[in-house]
Design a protein around this ligand. Structure first.
Ligand code: HEM
Length: 467
């Protein structure tokens, strides 16, 4: 069995999924999409409530579905290899996630339910909502107001195949569960084919990396991680599944949030900021996000550089006053890359950075709504935000509550993250890139939380022995 040390050490080259050695059992029993995104273009999310009158039937269904369709990390890697070598598409990819209520309704006792505190409380809990500054549950979309027991993620590159599969699953599923909500997601791309989010920025660039393939690729692109090491240990991502059937059965906590983006209003606000600072719109956008549309980090450049693969090899050592990339910028708030080691109360730089790095999350978001990136929707489009982690309180919640939302961050009156900080507020913007004079401007919040939940992605051996 894997040891604590195996989970805590950062492997030089990550896990070689094609030659996993001691990680073999783990990869066979871990659901896909956790260590590395599934990469399919289209996905459907089915939010379920088990029918209370026949829980055994629900368990039977879950067991059969998991045996037939749930994709392991190992299978995901094999499919990806086949695609690269023989151009054979991976086909249907699925995941199963459960809520605390979901475990309870299926008959599990408290000691058998994964123990993370926010997971146990649920995203609707008034205390959690208060901490995150989330809207009241009555203002969430109707489906998310329901009690949610499980989430089934189904993904495919072929949209027709996906919809046919979902229709088929829907029919069986209706016998054992109510589908209280459904979302249809997709990968949005710009003209250059890069993955973007609805505001138009390249997304999914900076991630903690776990697998050899990702690490080898990043090492070349990012100069052997000289400024920023994106490698991570499994301990920030995985926890033991209390109900797993193998010696290395692991799972991960999933934070799911539907974030509606008002694209037209964001662009108007960005224009107004550009006018206020008397700078170009592109730079104004970069000062809000921390990267230009094309992914160029604004701490390194005041113009986009159009790199095919945007760099992730940077930190803020040359920008400790936030004159190039403001402290409020989305990527600086969600990954300060050492900033927290420079504040007065810090225990020492190295130690603080080590602690800071434990807050990292594995983002697996997809877009929904309008799929033409030249349109500027006001409603009905946005991000289905998903992230995996080992400890919700110390990772997603910490990031949103302690970094993104507060106006004091690294300095007093930095202001909230203009992309996700709740509530919105005033920020300080460099009048000229790299110069000390700052101008007050309130960039309003244009991403609205429409509902969400905390889930656990259990091991496959648990799911396939559940009935
Ligand atoms: C990075 C957009 C929500 C955490 C980014 C990037 C963009 C972006 C454009 C830069 C690309 C990259 O480095 O991958 C958005 C939008 C959101 C949203 C439009 C909402 C609609 C969130 C939320 C969180 C989050 C809710 C977590 C609380 C992060 C993190 C990074 C990031 C950790 C990487 C930062 C780094 O390592 O440099 N996001 N994001 N994002 N975002 Fe978001």
């Amino acid at each position: 069995a894997l040891t604590e040390d195996n989970l805590n050490e950062v492997l030089e080259d990550g896990i070689d999924t094609e030659n996993p050695g001691i990680y073999q059992v783990l990869l066979e029993d871990l659901q896909g999409n956790i260590l590395k995104g599934h990469g399919r273009d289209y996905s459907v999310f089915l939010f379920l409530q088990w029918k209370p009158d026949d829980i055994n039937a629900a368990k039977q269904w879950l067991q059969e579905f998991s045996k037939n369709y749930v994709t392991s990390a190992q299978q995901q890697s094999e499919q990806a290899l086949r695609y690269r070598r023989e151009n054979i598409p991976g086909g249907i990819f699925t995941n199963v996630y459960l809520t605390r209520k979901g475990y309870e309704v299926l008959g599990y006792e408290p000691y058998q339910i994964p123990g993370d505190q926010p997971f146990r409380m649920g995203m609707k809990d008034p205390e959690i909502r208060g901490l995150l500054n989330d809207p009241e549950v009555k203002d969430w979309e109707k489906g998310y107001q329901q009690e949610i027991h499980a989430l089934i993620l189904i993904a495919e590159d072929d949209l027709v195949d996906l919809l046919q599969f979902v229709n088929r699953i829907n029919q069986d599923l209706r016998l054992v569960a109510d589908i209280v909500h459904r979302e249809d997601g997709f990968i949005l791309r710009n003209k250059a084919g890069q993955i973007i989010e609805h505001f138009g920025f390249v997304d999914g660039v900076s991630q903690p990396l776990f697998t050899k393939r990702d690490i080898v690729k990043a090492r070349t692109n990012d100069c052997n991680f000289s400024q920023w090491d994106s490698r991570a240990n499994l301990g920030i991502l995985l926890v033991k599944d209390p109900n797993g059937k193998t010696e290395d059965s692991y799972g991960s906590y999933l934070v799911y949030r539907k974030l509606e983006q008002n694209v037209a209003a964001f662009r108007r606000d960005k224009r107004k900021l550009a006018e206020t600072l008397n700078i170009g719109e592109e730079l104004a956008g970069a000062l809000a996000v921390g990267r230009f549309y094309d992914g160029t980090p604004v701490t390194k450049s005041n113009i986009p550089t159009y790199a095919v693969t945007p760099s992730n090899n940077f930190n803020y050592e040359q920008d400790t006053q936030g004159l190039k990339c403001p402290f409020h910028a989305h990527i600086r708030k969600t990954n300060p890359r050492g900033d927290t080691g420079r504040v007065v109360s810090s225990p020492g730089f190295e130690e603080a950075v080590a602690v800071e790095r434990i807050h990292r999350i594995a983002r697996r978001a997809v877009s929904y709504g309008e799929n033409d990136p030249t349109q500027e929707p006001e409603t009905g489009a946005g991000l289905l935000f998903l992230c995996f982690q080992a400890d919700i309180e110390n990772q997603f919640n910490f990031m949103q509550i302690r970094w993104a939302n507060p106006k004091n961050f690294i300095e007093v009156n930095t202001g909230p993250d203009p992309i996700i900080g709740q509530p919105e507020g005033n920020q300080k913007w460099p009048k000229e890139w790299g110069k000390p004079e700052k101008v007050d401007y309130t960039f309003k919040l244009w991403a609205f939380m429409k509902g969400g939940e905390y889930f656990f992605a259990p091991s496959i051996s648990f799911l396939t022995h559940i009935a």
